[in-house]
Each structure stands twice: as C-alpha cells, then as structure tokens.
Design a binder for this molecule. Structure first.
Ligand code: ATP
Length: 358
C-alpha cells in the first residue's frame, strides 16, 4: 500500500545549525500520527517541510507516491491547523469555513452544503453567525479545525493545536480530535510536546530529540518498551538507575545496582556481561509491603510520601546511593498504613523492569 507520507533522509539546516538530521519514516493513510518531543527538537520544522512553507536541505518527501519538492503549499493535498488558530477576525464562523472553498472556486451550492456539514461535525450549529472574538478558545479551535478540513485535504497537519486551551478543555478536545480523524478518514500529523496528549490520541508516535527520531511505535510499545534512556525518561514517569550487567540469559539480564543489589530486567537489545546501562522501572510497577513478599524484592526505608487522591507516591531509600519512587493505588480500607521511616520491601511487577543498553 502506498504510504500517505514517505520521508527519506530528510535534512534541514538553518545556516550552520542542523534542525533535522536524515529523518526517514512512513506515515500510513488514515493514521493519527504524532510527532512528540521537547521544545526545539525539530517537530515544527518537519511539519513546515511537509506543508511546503520551507524547502528541505536534502532527502525526499513523497505524498501518496508523488514527490512534492518544489510544489507550492497550496498545490499540496495538505492543510494546516495552527497553534493560534489564525481565524479571520472580521468574518463569521460560516465565512471563515467557506473562505478556503471560495479560493478553490467550489460552486456556491457545494460550499453551502460543505459548510453546513462541517459546522455539524464540529458541533457549532448555534454559532454560525458569530465572529471569533465572540467565542471561547475551545469554540475557536473547532472553527479552525472545520476550516482546515472543509476542502477535504488528504493530510491535516496540526501544530500544537490544543496548547492555548485550559486543561479540562484540552482533555475534552482530545477525544473530539480523535473522533474527527476517525469520521473524516483524513491522515492527521499532530505535533505536541505533551506526552499524555500523544499517548491518548495517536495510532503511532515518533519521539524526537535534537533533530533525530528516537523511536516510532504505538503508544503502548513506546511506554512499555522504550528504545533508549531518552524515550523512557520523556514518556511517563520512571525510575532511572545506572546499572551493570552481571549475567545474560537470552533477553533477560541480571543487573547490579549502585549499592550492590541485583534485579532481573528485559534488555532493549543484545547486552553482554560487564556492560553498563540504565535500569528503568515505572513507579506504578513497584509494590511496597511491610513483610518480605515471595520472590525478588529490595529492602529499604520509607521516605516522603505524596497523597494524590487515587494513589500515593512513596519514596523508598534503598541505600546511600539509591532511592526509588513507587506509586500505589490508595486502598479504601487503608490496610497498608505506612509512615516515614518504616522498614519496607519493594518488589517489581514480573517482567516490568527494563535494561537500556547505553
Ligand atoms: P517547539 O515545540 O518549541 O515549537 P520544535 O520541536 O517544533 O519546538 P522547531 O520549531 O522545529 O522545534 O525548531 C527546531 C530548531 O530549529 C530550533 O532550535 C529552532 O531554533 C531552529 N529553527 C527553526 N526555524 C528556524 C529558522 N527559520 N532559522 C533558524 N533556526 C530555526
């Protein structure tokens, strides 16, 4: 099947600064694909190359099999939703959505039908005669989406479209965006630095850092099997501990921690005895008990705890050079009443520890 977007060795430099270093991957038709990474990693640059607002320094970009180098933005089957919405302030909702279709010289009756369809799709039926200033941020966001999707682009580029909204609205818009993508079948390329946003909406995520793709995968793959320390640290919370491989059995390694304890972990790639790397364990995969549990566990002393409603974060000091954070659900019966300074045992949920070869 032809990919919606195919990037091969795409590079971009600004003077002597390299914003993208030989990026290569495919995005499938109909996919909700997210570019995720910290500020300055090159996400927006990549989006601008696909849109045609910038030219590449090297490499090729194909859209549905067609090479697009040299094609101006308005000739590409692509539309963009910007962070600040970029709505026309003097136009009503209806006029904003119709504008692009008028530019494309759609027949008047088709424009009216399409605007009505889009207004219904983004649930703004009661607002068609309002101007942007008379609407909330969330409503303006819906207009921007409707306007961008109206001409039926094959690909929609979304550059941090939710960042101006407050938390509650942002969460609502996540499911809304996912619904719109499913209903329209448009390929979405969504840029964000918010890992929760990426995990909750995407079919696949490309995690980027310093102009390079660190890992591409489904949200659960990226969370459960991070390719390296950067990805493990950037996605979700984790305990990262320097460790050395003591024994290898297939993909499972026994690794030694700074204070001498050993832990079994799944290695991200072939590891050998004596190799150094990082042990990554998610806080929610650690269990604290007063009595030694059956199987592997580490002895420690309870440090500070933070109550968070559904669960509590516990710091456990394992030795002078090592402490871990565990996150446990708050049981209603509070059977495990723990106080700072209590001796405890920490066990790792079977199969949850990862060893990341450096
Ligand atoms: P953010 O989340 O902050 O928008 P980003 O990952 O989208 O970050 P880009 O906007 O793609 O990052 O920028 C990548 C790097 O390229 C940054 O260091 C930026 O300063 C640089 N850059 C981007 N555009 C230009 C330009 N026109 N001239 C010079 N440098 C640029």
């Amino acid at each position: 099947m032809t990919a919606a977007i195919s990037l091969r060795d795409v590079r971009k430099t600004f003077g002597d600064f390299t914003a993208l270093k030989a990026v290569s991957f495919d995005i499938a038709d109909n996919e909700f694909f997210t570019l995720l990474g910290p500020s300055g990693c090159g996400k927006t640059t990549l989006l601008r190359l696909i849109a045609g607002f910038e030219g590449t320094t090297g490499g090729t970009i194909h859209l549905y099999g067609q090479e697009i180098e040299g094609l101006p933005p308005d000739r590409r089957p692509v539309n963009t939703v910007f962070q600040n919405y970029a709505l026309f302030p003097h136009m009503t909702v209806q006029e904003n959505i119709a504008f692009g279709l008028q530019m494309l010289k759609w027949p008047r009756a088709d424009i009216a039908a399409r605007v009505a369809e889009m207004v219904a799709m983004v649930r703004l039926g009661d607002f068609v005669h309002r101007k942007p200033a008379q609407m909330s941020g969330g409503q303006q966001q819906r207009v921007a989406l409707a306007r961008a999707m109206a001409p039926r682009p094959k690909v929609l580029l979304l550059d941090e479209p939710l960042s101006a909204l407050d938390l509650k609205l942002r969460q609502e818009m996540r499911s809304e965006l996912k619904r719109l993508q499913r209903e329209t079948g448009i390929t979405f390329i969504f840029v964000t630095h918010d890992q929760e946003e990426a995990l909750s909406m995407s079919d696949r995520i490309a995690v980027m850092s310093a102009g390079e793709v660190q890992q591409i995968g489904r949200p659960s793959e990226i969370y459960e099997h991070p390719a390296n320390r950067f990805v493990a640290d950037f996605i979700g919370e984790t305990n990262l501990i320097d460790a050395t491989v003591e024994a290898v059995e297939g993909q499972i390694v026994t690794c030694r921690l700074p204070d001498g304890e050993t832990v079994h972990a799944l290695a991200n790639r072939a590891a050998s005895k004596g190799q150094s790397g990082t042990l990554s364990i998610r806080p929610e995969r650690l269990t604290i008990t007063r009595d030694p549990p059956p199987g592997e566990s580490l002895k420690g002393v309870l440090g500070a705890s933070t109550y968070l409603g559904t669960d509590t974060h516990y710091e456990v000091r394992l030795g002078p050079n090592l402490s871990l954070t565990a996150r446990m659900q708050n049981a209603e019966d509070a059977a495990l009443r723990l106080d700072e300074g209590d001796p405890v045992h920490v066990s790792i949920v079977a199969g949850a520890a990862r060893f990341l070869v450096t």
